[in-house]
Ligand binder design. Structure first.
Ligand SMILES: N[C@@H](CCC(=O)N[C@@H](CS)C(=O)NCC(=O)O)C(=O)O
Length: 213
């Protein structure tokens, strides 16, 4: 794996402005006031350099000062939470931490399934598999249902307050709004998630990272 740059450089985040996983990392870095340089690279473009930094060819990739790289988004956010004492986003208590990570896994799973649908629909019509699309959309709907039920009437998923759980869920909701507006109406079906997203969007970390085509 080639180092991204010479030693003792500012940390970098390699990613796109549409990826919900990149957004999750950007929100965490903003909440924790961590300084870095955003390097835009779309992994689907012909001239992408992402595979030089991550053999999986996926963003986000975080480049450390010494040129070493971190991926995927779950590893990066844990790293970022650990290097700065500002605004702990992962609880110290083991049970609470696992609960937050489980919500993150649900939110990331929504993004994985939704991204597969988006990509499948970009294929020529005769190559698309409607059963595959329906299967993935079923996962998105089921996960939204569980998140909404578990949030219930509370302000935050994690009772300790704003955490990585809401960040991951907010990024998933924002991605659905961006790519599936009018099709997956999570605002109508789950008013509590709608209210949560509106509240998150009042934070500069979310407002400044809304997906753009
Ligand atoms: N589990 C990974 C998922 C990352 C991911 O799927 N990124 C997409 C963009 S949203 C990507 O880079 N896809 C390119 C590819 O699959 O080749 C994470 O949490 O970082």
């Amino acid at each position: 794996m080639k180092p991204a740059h010479s030693a003792n450089h500012k940390m970098q985040l390699i990613g796109s402005l549409t990826s919900p996983f990149v957004r999750k990392v950007r929100v965490v870095a903003a909440e924790k006031h961590i300084d870095y340089e955003l390097v835009l690279d779309a992994p689907w473009s012909a001239d992408t350099r992402v595979p030089d930094y991550n053999p999986l060819g996926k963003v986000p990739v975080w480049v450390l000062e010494d040129g070493k790289t971190l991926f995927d988004s779950r590893v990066i956010v844990e790293y970022l939470d650990g290097i700065s004492p500002v605004a702990h986003l992962l609880p110290k208590d083991a049970r609470a931490r696992i609960a937050v990570r489980r919500w993150e896994a649900l939110a990331d799973g929504i993004c994985d399934a939704a991204a597969l649908v988006y990509l499948e629909r970009k294929r020529p019509e005769e190559q698309r598999n409607p059963e595959w699309i329906a299967r993935q959309l079923g996962k998105v709907r089921a996960a939204l249902e569980v998140l909404s039920e578990e949030l219930d009437k509370r302000d935050w998923l994690y009772e300790g307050g704003f955490s990585l759980a809401e960040i991951a869920v907010g990024c998933a909701l924002g991605y659905l709004e961006f790519r599936f507006e009018g099709e997956i109406d999570w605002r109508r079906d789950h008013p509590n998630l709608s209210e949560l997203y509106d509240r998150l969007m009042q934070r500069p970390s979310f407002k400044d990272t809304a997906p753009v085509a």
